[in-house]
Design a binder for this molecule. Structure first.
Ligand code: NIG
Ligand code: FE
Length: 412
């Protein structure tokens, strides 16, 4: 077979196997030494150790990896990447110890970003988001999810979702869009959460008609939307045919994790405060437990109990939560480093959590998330001697090359 491209001289290639890995199996990754990847039509035709001559023919391009290590392109399965303005103005309050939810109650926080997003033009939002997306990509991210949720009215939510669509068309990354109209209660609906949710429900019909979202999400949290409201809203979205995600048990344990399992949500995200019984429910389900340690880091909160989730058999993913309020950094490798250093995940578990399990968190596990024959050739080459080194030498960018569908999209 003649390959279009062969990436050879890979010191070590690391990958998990699809379609996902659960519990202690997350640590069982494949390591191939002196490896090559043969690519045909943007897809992987072979991943092996040793001799690649059998794949070379007329028109084959050879790429010498020069002894770098290779992994599947990383997948950031939870971001709020499209927003207007920024929130460094609240940094002082944060340092004075004013809690995140108190800043929101005072009309700041998410509501500040709503004000700025409403005031931004489509083009301003697009340019700001593209800049962030390019940084994220430089850290090895080749697929991601992006949420709306800084409009809190139909017009601005649609503006955000259309920016996501444009980013998808222009960058050729795999991008999934999530409608998060239920992110906060806008000032116009102060103390009228139920009325606001009715509006969001009717807006959902338009979002569906225009095919602007793959998932529907809600912020189930103290002083935002309670468990009952979340259940009612997500059930409605599910009946319309949407896949579900939920911001669950981030700050206060309300039972969002258990609700996610009950509704067969694709993922339950955050879970820093999830109860032991809800961990058990999640472990029994196929709902991905999506952990966001950079948020714990930035908010100075406790970290999710990944060790317990893994022990119980959960499908654990890690993602950035990149947003202007609780996780203002696109450094995806730092998220992985926190996964190791703070969540005490092994290097193999971290890799699984940002590749195949993250793919499952956005329903892309059949096409991306592992280096296996037939999957898209989404590959990151890293200038590091081994996988543990990437997690140990923290805060920097180890990426050398990022390849999407067999094409180089970033090069140091
Ligand atoms: O996932 N928790 C809700 N939403 C975001 C934060 C959004 C913001 O502060 O702007 C999160 O942490
Ligand atoms: Fe979030």
């Amino acid at each position: 077979m003649n390959a279009d491209l062969i990436i050879h001289n890979i010191k070590t290639l690391y990958t998990s196997a699809g379609p996902y890995q659960q519990g202690e199996d997350m640590d069982k990754i494949v390591e191939l030494h002196d490896a090559f990847i043969a690519i045909v039509d943007g897809n992987i035709a072979a991943v092996e150790s040793g001799e690649f001559a059998g794949f070379v023919g007329k028109g084959t391009t050879l790429m010498d990896a020069q002894g770098l290590i290779a992994m599947p392109g990383f997948i950031d399965s939870h971001t709020h990447l499209v927003y207007g303005g920024s929130r460094e103005g609240e940094f002082r309050q944060k340092l004075e110890g004013i809690p995140y939810l108190d800043i929101l109650k005072q009309g700041g926080g998410i509501l500040k970003s709503v004000e700025q997003t409403r005031a931004s033009s489509f083009d301003e939002l697009y340019q700001q988001s593209l800049k962030s997306l390019n940084i994220l990509m430089s850290y090895g991210v080749t697929s991601l999810e992006i949420k709306s949720g800084y409009g809190l009215n139909l017009e601005t939510e649609i503006k955000q979702l259309k920016v996501i669509k444009q980013l998808k068309e222009d960058t050729k990354l795999d991008i999934k869009a999530t409608y998060l109209g239920a992110h906060a209660i806008p000032n116009e609906y102060k103390n009228k959460a139920n009325d606001y949710l009715e509006t969001v429900k009717s807006d959902l019909l338009t979002i569906k008609q225009e095919n602007l979202a793959d998932f529907v999400d809600i912020f189930c949290e103290d002083s935002v939307f309670d468990l009952e409201q979340s259940k009612d809203f997500l059930s409605y979205a599910k009946d319309l045919g949407f896949n579900l995600k939920i911001h669950a048990d981030e700050i206060v344990s309300l039972g969002g994790g258990g609700l996610a399992a009950e509704l067969k949500a694709t993922s339950a995200d955050h879970l820093m405060a999830v109860s032991d019984s809800d961990i058990k429910e999640l472990a029994k389900s196929k709902t991905v437990t999506n952990l966001l340690p950079a948020t714990s880091f930035y908010l100075n909160k406790t970290y999710a109990n990944a060790r317990k989730m893994i022990k119980e058999g959960c499908i654990v993913a890690l993602s950035s939560d990149y947003n202007p309020g609780s996780s203002p950094s696109e450094n995806f490798q730092f998220v992985m480093q926190l996964g190791a250093n703070k969540l005490k995940m092994t290097p193999g578990e971290v890799l699984t959590a940002v590749t195949i399990n993250a793919a499952k968190a956005i329903n892309l596990e059949q096409s991306v998330g592992s280096l296996e024959v037939g999957k898209q050739a989404d590959i990151v080459l890293l200038d590091a001697p081994n996988l543990p080194y990437v997690l140990y030498h923290y805060g920097i960018n180890h990426t050398s090359k990022v390849i999407k569908n067999g094409k180089v999209i970033f090069e140091k």
